[in-house]
Design a protein around this ligand. Structure first.
Ligand code: HEM
Length: 415
């Protein structure tokens, strides 16, 4: 039965973890225990590692590890099918992010299946449509230039701290109708919540963020404006106002889904640019090809995964999956599928156009995709115009953290 988002209850579906808890229907020859993002090879060079999975793993395997068991899909076509068939692959209970069972809420719209899902998405369509985000272009350009003004004369920066994180946060604050003075606080909250390995730090970050967002929701209830939080607060579905857990679940999911993903994408791209001066020059020499460049960089540096739960038994690629099984599409690996993208790890700005899976496809495809593309495009245009020549600071060791969003922690640059 479909969940009732206005009256959320914690999911009954147990989280199965470890090799001792492999369901009987899973063929033992398909079981691996790689704990994908936690392994040393992944943490050394995550995208190279995920590209190699096509050679080292079956196209569908069952990862049994202490963090949670799931089928992993590596093939583009399998992921496409999963994403386009919510009647088999449900989003209810598919988001791993923990919540307080006493004060439960669903992440909206990501945890809602069709047909209800559409009603929530429609609320923000005017803001996130291609036309809606285009209205932000001038502002994003100014924000990017303000950040560059602060570092350009220094001849060096720590990219993630000085640009890769503050730019998306500034855009986000504007979009949500929150004050720019909160920028550094939001960067800290996002990093504490999404990058800490310490559960106490994460729980405290979630508590502080929730308290702040609830205060803002109360304020927007009294004083409406045209920005995103206010639109959610004053929206209706099926002729009724949204309930407090629906409003909170929507607002907090935008925070979780709309910041770290952009941070990581920018940080990955700038690391690649710093390491590949001749490719950077190629981009500078061909400014008219910027949209294809952004798309190809998003393919090569896709940063996240997509989880579902089987709503009914389904056989895919000869593998029998059962209702209740968890499935994760390893989107970066799908974007490196050599059958779809020949020489997949080569960044080729003239590839024949095919839908990429960085933002997924189907009903849950990223609502912020047009905005993210615009942010990346403007950031590239302004940075490469003003700082065309830069490299990694000598002696730099690049580090990654385990987790659902893949990007380097620090990218120190010099020019
Ligand atoms: C490069 C940056 C980004 C990446 C790589 C990214 C990636 C994704 C992916 C893969 C999904 C789909 C998950 C699935 O099908 O299971 C998704 C959904 C979503 N994203 Fe993004 N995202 C980015 C930026 C943003 C931004 C800037 C926002 C908003 C401020 C945003 C808001 C959302 C929302 C609301 C959903 C849920 C859509 C739905 O369930 O219908 N994302 N994102």
């Amino acid at each position: 039965m479909a969940i009732d988002a206005a009256h959320p209850v914690p999911p009954q579906l147990p989280r199965i973890a470890g090799r001792d808890n492999i369901p009987a229907h899973v063929p033992r020859e398909l079981v691996r225990s790689i704990g994908l993002t936690f392994g040393p090879e992944f943490l050394a060079a995550p995208h190279e590692y995920m590209a190699r999975l096509h050679e080292t793993m079956p196209p569908i395997y069952y990862d049994a590890n202490d963090y949670g068991n799931a089928w992993h899909l590596l093939k583009y076509e399998h992921a496409m099918f999963m994403l386009r068939h919510p009647e088999y692959f449900s989003n209810e209970g598919a988001t791993p992010f923990p919540r307080d069972p006493e004060d439960y809420f669903y992440f909206i719209p990501i945890e809602i299946d069709p047909p209800h899902h559409r009603k929530y998405r429609a609320i923000l369509e005017p803001v996130f449509s291609p036309k809606g985000v285009l209205a932000l272009e001038g502002k994003i350009r100014d924000m990017a230039n303000d950040l560059i003004d602060q570092i350009i004369d220094k001849g060096e920066c720590e990219y993630t701290t000085d640009f890769g994180r503050p730019l998306p946060v500034s855009v986000f604050l504007d979009l949500m109708g929150l004050p720019q003075e909160k920028r550094d606080t939001f960067v800290k909250w996002a990093v504490d919540l999404l990058h800490s390995n310490d559960r106490t730090v994460m729980a405290e970050a979630m508590r502080v963020i929730s308290a702040y967002l609830k205060e803002v929701i109360a304020e927007k209830t009294k004083n409406p404006d045209e920005h995103v939080i206010s639109r959610i607060v004053h929206a209706t579905v099926d002729g009724r106002p949204l309930s407090p857990p629906e409003i909170f679940g929507f607002v907090v999911f935008l925070f979780i889904g709309g910041l770290d993903t952009v941070f990581a994408t920018l940080n990955n791209i700038w690391l690649w640019l710093a390491r590949n001066p001749e490719r950077r020059q190629e981009m500078i020499n061909d400014p008219a090809n910027i949209n294809a460049q952004v798309e190809e960089l998003l393919r090569a540096w896709s940063v996240t995964f997509s989880g579902r739960v089987l709503a009914q038994d389904y056989e895919m690629g000869g593998v029998k999956m059962k209702k209740g099984d968890r499935v994760t599409a390893i989107l970066p690996a799908c974007n490196f599928d050599p059958e779809i993208f020949p020489n997949p790890t080569v960044v080729d700005f003239h590839r024949p156009r095919k839908p990429i899976l960085a933002f997924t496809v189907g009903v849950h495809s990223c609502m912020g995709a047009h905005l993210a593309r615009l942010e990346i495009k403007v950031a590239l245009q302004e940075w490469l115009r003003r700082i065309p020549d830069f490299s990694l600071k000598p002696g730099t060791r690049i580090e990654y953290r385990p987790g659902g969003v893949v990007g380097p922690e620090y990218v120190p640059l010099v020019w």
